[in-house]
Unconditional design. Structure first.
Length: 348
């Protein structure tokens, strides 16, 4: 950008106004930068914001600093009740992002003719902060999803039945906090309609909703993520389509599968089948010893899957921090609520 001369504002009040808003914008950026650095652990985000601060600082000229209004500022110390209800880092981040955008807009309006370089920089940074805000919110959303995932011990996989929504509702009420929609029979329009209903239920109960195999359906219903089998599309393609905030799970059947899932950046894995499974009849059970070894080989949230029910779950009670994925045990039980409670009690 070609450097243009700075003309002192003819009215000293305008110089005061520019000074105040440069301070406001840089302070807001510092709050945003520190949350990205310490809260989100995103050095790339904090580096970007720091660069914006430095650009504004380089144009905080003496003509603005010398006009600074402090003790005589009639609005000094004025606060707003809403400032006291920002109880989360996300709320603080958004408030400061808005503060930066508003301050930069004021700077733009009052520097168009006297300081065109600062005007252009303020405009560029303001528009970039709108996009940046979305990136940060997506990152926060992804972090929250992965924390919920980490806290899950019981994972429900659906299968086709007429009253599926009611069954899932009872399981959610009992404490399930991740549901995978798996449907191989219905037509696509029926799948989307059913998935939308289940996604809405999961959102109501602050639970994760994941779609099996079908990224198109996951995107159509704004699911929290996707679950992929070994024969499904590569993780990288799924990640490119879904974005960083969504979670990706992968079925694994051997130690090599587990390592590959970790290397590819999957967020969780299923290990199995542990016992003979009605859902995956073509797969031979890997057994409990292999499950134990697999769990010891990974730091990812790992769910034992395959034929697990009330009659055989005790065989897994020696495993620490056990997570299980079930379908038939809950979906086709006489009382999904009580069955879910029973399984959760075992796991906790």
């Amino acid at each position: 950008m070609k450097s243009m001369p700075v003309t002192p504002p003819s009215d000293n009040r305008i110089a005061q106004l520019i000074d105040a808003n440069l301070d406001r914008a840089r302070e807001g950026l510092r709050v945003m930068e520190d949350w990205c650095r310490f809260g989100l652990k995103r050095s790339d985000f904090s580096i970007q914001i720091k660069d914006w601060r430095q650009q504004l600082g380089a144009h905080h000229h003496n003509i603005y600093l010398k006009a600074r209004l402090t003790s005589d500022d009639p609005a000094r110390g004025i606060s707003h009740p809403l400032q006291t209800v920002r109880s989360t880092p996300e709320a603080i981040f958004i408030a400061n992002s808005s503060r930066v955008q508003e301050a930069l807009r004021v700077i733009e309006e009052f520097t168009r003719t006297t300081d065109p370089n600062l005007c252009e920089i303020a405009s560029k940074i303001r528009y970039k902060t709108y996009e940046f805000e979305i990136k940060v919110l997506n990152t926060i959303e992804g972090i929250n999803k992965r924390q919920t995932l980490k806290d899950c011990s019981l994972y429900l996989i659906t299968s086709n039945r007429r009253d599926l929504e009611e069954v899932v509702l009872q399981a959610l009420k009992a404490g399930v906090n991740i549901v995978q929609y798996r449907e191989k029979v219905l037509q696509d329009n029926e799948k989307i309609s059913q998935a939308k209903g289940l996604a809405s239920l999961c959102k109501e109960y602050n639970s994760l909703f994941v779609v099996n195999d079908r990224i198109d359906i996951a995107l159509a219903v704004d699911a929290d993520g996707i679950h992929l089998g070994q024969e499904d599309i590569p993780t990288k393609i799924a990640r490119d389509l879904l974005g960083t905030e969504k979670i990706i799970g992968r079925s694994t059947h051997c130690l090599e599968d587990i390592k590959n899932a970790e290397d590819e950046g999957c967020d969780y894995i299923g290990i199995g089948p542990i016992f003979p499974s009605e859902t995956k009849k073509q797969l031979q059970p890997i057994g409990i010893d292999y499950l134990s070894k697999g769990l010891s080989e990974t730091d990812l949230p790992a769910f034992a899957i395959g034929g697990i029910n009330s009659s055989n779950i005790n065989k897994l009670n020696h495993l620490n921090n056990l997570r299980i994925a079930v379908s038939d045990a809950i979906i086709n039980s006489n009382d999904p609520f009580l069955k879910t409670e029973e399984l959760l009690k075992f796991l906790t």
